[in-house]
Write a protein that binds this ligand. Structure first.
Ligand SMILES: NC(=O)c1ccc[n+]([C@@H]2O[C@H](COP(=O)([O-])OP(=O)(O)OC[C@H]3O[C@@H](n4cnc5c(N)ncnc54)[C@H](OP(=O)(O)O)[C@@H]3O)[C@@H](O)[C@H]2O)c1
Length: 260
């Protein structure tokens, strides 16, 4: 029992987070699944208990609430477990011009994509550093490498997650703890529809499966990588985004994000 590893996955009710949960369960981790849709979490928990025989706990939380990360941490502490890995996957996008949406929607995005990720890292990292093992996977995006007109706050939020993760990677590394930024490109999940971007060039092309993204992300984390960009085309895009002058990259992003 002492050797069983526990992983907390936020955003486990669909898409990449659900697939991350499946991969971690498959390699013998017990799980705490976090999101708002409890029914989805319970269904996944049941599937994984049957398939892998591990212990799967469910914590319902709306991570837009600044108090939610502490509540998740307290719920995990009440289980009397040591968390080996935290996956900060919960997040969402908002397509369209900045002024098309009320500020409340943008701030909601900031609270989930930035606020909750920062708070959860601050809560879970001390135990990892003390035990000198495990780490965190923060789900960022290819969007982190450039500014994103017509999806401004989402791109900015993912740049924050990449920067935070890289900095924490260096701070945690001497203690044997890994912090990985997973930067997927377009992935086939509920994300595109929820963000209202299904008709943009960015999202109407080929997409990777959430399963492949999750598997590559976890492999990279376990290999101790700071940044994981899944898929050769996405790696080329990330590289080009870094080499291009910023006035070019932001115009490319604008044309990809613009609605027809
Ligand atoms: N799909 C892509 O093309 C793509 C590309 C790059 C990066 N990403 C990133 O990948 C991550 C996962 O997205 P996905 O593509 O798998 O989309 P998804 O299928 O829509 O999953 C998003 C997950 O985040 C959870 N979530 C959203 N808001 C939440 C809140 N307020 N409180 C708690 N949980 C919340 C959702 O759960 P509930 O709704 O049940 O709460 C869901 O489990 C996100 O951070 C996204 O930015 C996606």
């Amino acid at each position: 029992m002492a050797n069983i590893r526990w992983t907390v996955v936020t955003g486990a009710s669909s898409g990449i987070g659900a697939e991350m949960a499946r991969v971690f369960s498959g390699i013998g981790h017990n799980l705490v699944l976090v999101a708002r849709r409890r029914d989805r979490l319970e269904k996944l928990a049941e599937e994984l208990r049957k398939r892998d025989g591990g212990i799967i706990e469910v914590v319902e939380a709306d991570l837009a609430d600044p108090k939610a990360p502490q509540a998740v941490f307290d719920a995990v502490r009440a289980l009397e477990i040591e968390v080996h890995t935290l996956v900060n996957d919960a997040g969402f996008g908002l397509g369209g011009d900045f002024l098309e949406r009320p500020i409340s929607e943008h701030m909601n995005l900031v609270d989930v994509n930035i606020g909750a990720v920062t708070r959860l890292c601050h809560l879970f990292l001390p135990g990892m550093l003390e035990r000198k093992q495990g780490g965190i996977i923060n789900v960022s995006s290819l969007a982190a490498f450039l500014a994103g007109p017509h999806m401004a706050t989402y791109f900015a939020s993912k740049a924050y997650v990449l920067s935070l993760s890289e900095a924490l990677y260096e701070e945690a590394r001497p203690h044997g703890v890994v912090v990985t930024a997973l930067c997927p490109g377009a992935t086939d999940t509920e994300f595109g529809e929820r963000a209202g971007i299904l008709k943009t060039k960015l999202f109407s092309g080929r997409k990777m499966s959430a399963e492949t993204v999750a598997r590559i992300g976890i492999e990279g984390y376990r290999a101790g990588h700071a940044i994981v960009v899944p898929g050769p085309m996405n790696r080329i895009t990330a590289q080009f985004s870094r080499l291009m002058p910023r006035f070019t990259s932001r115009r490319v992003a604008a044309s990809l994000n613009r609605k027809p």
